[in-house]
Design a binder for this molecule. Structure first.
Ligand code: NFE
Ligand code: MG
Length: 560
């Protein structure tokens, strides 16, 4: 007999997501992904000034604000064919990469680790043994017996006082938790440390962006970060030195703590490379522009279908017509009027709420499709694109990581593969941040002090798209400008691609498809469903860009 479980809301994500599954014989047989909030920022942007859109569009989300600013400003620059000076590209690239470092640290430790790490089991650990395990895999100076003992004492005091706080409703002792107590203690200690290091990455973004979240330094045609190496009020050598220190500290944390922890967790849960593949069509856009025209990039983009890299088509610029022409969004199962599919420049956002109808409309998320097919976006897509595109640095890192865990590259099509790909990507982003800082310093050293090409919005009609490879995957903002005002604005966001409901052909979106076959040992404690959904790092605020109408309660489950 099948059992229906509703998880609403899924926690440890941004926004409100409801997941419904039918479980048959310990496995998921049907799944629905339902975004339970609507924000309407695309509608608010209509009639506004194109040059201000980046600041408003950042409010799509409270997590990945920078990425919407970047996509938005790129959509205006693309529409008006404005070039962006190298200093501005480098400053933007550093902000993008540091934002990713912060985002991935938070996702791994604070939003997903507790699906795999049993905090309560850490009480039974031997701190000395924990230190010797940690020191055998990394030379991070924080991995001392003293440190692990202190964390264990803190945890003991919480438990004794009945104050587990944010950890109170975890699935502690669940049969699917498999880590030995010492690894649980190491991960708990690093969970706490990660709070400090994600802050350092956010500080790095704020040094360049003026503020974080919600950077303040963009302008059509560049950045408004004044650069003068001798002036105390601008970006000068002292600020650049401080930025470098922060970025080196976060790099060391990512490469010596996060990355080895992910390898330890992945190695202990190898069976999770078998679950959660779902949609194996992937899309990534090139990122980190290295010229003024957005035609040369540091990391590759591309698309391939059915998990088959021999179908890979490279996407090398943000002007690629195959990319631009093949994106559409449908609303057959989404709470918007009608059932039409539109290209984003012709896209509509007309809310039409019907309650959850599993064969009808059931989500605020639209269904983005590429060539009419669902695609998965995110770190695996970006790594696969770089791998297939011949990027030797990425290939080496992916191959060596897989070798350390004892899996193949094909195994990355999975729940654990998504977690692994994020750690690999964070490793890469930490290095990339420093590379662009060196490029910025070199370029300034050559005497180039330009940081913006002044741009006035002309009269007439223009269309533009701003692509960006965000921490959760491919992001695009589509703008139609008419007589200096925004006529249409559509954002097609990573979590919209991944959280999308079924389309007009009945094809499931990536979250839904990834759950089919997912094990569920205990229907009252569907920890395994959380594992797969959290592996995408859902952001529903982004996905549907306010209100949570009451859902019908079917089974009540505890969701940490
Ligand atoms: Ni709101 Fe985001 C990212 C964007 S959504 S977190 O990364 O764009 O998927
Ligand atoms: Mg949208």
């Amino acid at each position: 007999m099948s059992k229906r479980i509703t998880l609403d809301p899924i926690t440890r994500i941004e926004g409100h997501l409801r997941i419904d599954v039918e479980v048959n014989g310990g496995k998921v047989s049907k799944a629905w992904s339902s975004a339970q909030m609507w924000r309407g920022i695309e509608t608010i942007l209509k009639g506004k000034a194109p040059e201000d859109a980046w600041s408003l569009a950042q409010r799509f989300c409270g997590v990945c604000t920078t990425v919407h600013a970047i996509s938005s400003i790129r959509s205006v620059e693309n529409a008006l064919k404005v070039e962006v000076p190298l200093n501005a590209q480098y400053i933007r690239n550093i902000m993008i990469a540091q934002h990713s470092v912060q985002d991935h640290i938070v996702h791994f430790y604070h939003l997903s680790a507790l699906d795999w790490v049993d905090i309560v089991s850490a009480l039974k650990a031997d701190p000395k043994k924990a230190a010797s395990i940690a020191q055998s895999i990394s030379d991070w100076p924080g991995n001392s017996e003293k440190e692990f003992k202190a964390v264990q004492e803190k945890l003991k005091a919480f438990v004794a006082g009945g104050k587990l706080g944010i950890f109170a409703s975890g699935y502690w002792g669940h049969p699917a938790m498999k880590l030995p107590p010492e690894i649980n203690l190491i991960a708990t200690a690093h969970y706490l440390k990660a709070l400090d290091y994600q802050r350092k990455a956010a500080q790095a973004v704020a040094i360049l962006g003026g503020k974080n979240p919600h950077i303040q330094n963009l302008v059509v045609g560049g950045v408004a970060t004044a650069v003068n190496l001798e002036n105390m009020a601008t970006l000068n050598m002292e600020r650049i030195a401080y930025l470098r220190t922060l970025m080196e500290e976060t790099r060391d944390f990512v490469q010596k703590v996060y990355y080895p922890d992910m390898i330890a967790i992945a190695s202990a849960y190898k069976e999770w490379f078998k679950y959660g593949a779902g949609v194996t069509n992937y899309l990534a856009v090139p990122e980190f522009p290295e010229d003024t025209k957005n035609t040369q990039f540091g990391l590759n983009g591309g698309v391939f279908f059915n998990g088959d890299l021999s179908t890979f088509k490279a996407i090398t610029t943000h002007q690629d017509q195959y990319l631009i022409n093949n994106i559409s969004e449908g609303v057959a199962h989404a709470w918007y009027e009608g059932a039409a599919t539109h290209h984003p420049w012709e896209g509509e956002t007309k809310p039409d709420y019907t309650d959850f109808q599993e064969n009808g409309k059931y989500s605020w998320c639209k269904s983005p499709r590429f060539e009419g097919k669902p695609v998965q976006v995110g770190p695996p897509a970006q790594l696969f694109a770089a791998y297939a595109g011949g990027n030797q640095k990425v290939k080496k890192l992916v191959d060596s990581t897989c070798q350390k865990i004892g899996v193949g590259v094909k195994d990355l099509h999975s729940t654990m593969g998504r977690l692994g790909a994020r750690a690999i990507r964070a490793h890469l982003m930490a290095d990339i941040s420093l590379e662009y800082l060196d490029k910025l310093v070199n370029n300034l050293g050559k005497g180039d002090r330009t940081y913006a090409n002044h741009t006035e919005i002309p009269k007439g009609e223009y269309k533009g798209v701003g692509f960006h490879e965000a921490p959760r995957g491919t992001l695009s903002h589509w703008m139609v400008i008419e007589d200096k005002k925004i006529k249409n604005y559509q954002a097609v966001v990573p979590s919209t691609w991944n959280a999308s409901p079924r389309d007009e052909k009945g094809n499931m979106g990536p979250y839904e498809a990834s759950l089919i076959g997912n094990p569920v040992a205990n229907e009252e404690k569907p920890l395994e469903v959380l594992r797969t959904i959290h592996s995408f790092d859902p952001c529903i605020a982004c996905a549907v860009h306010t209100i949570d109408p009451e859902g019908k309660e079917i089974t009540k489950v505890k969701v940490l």
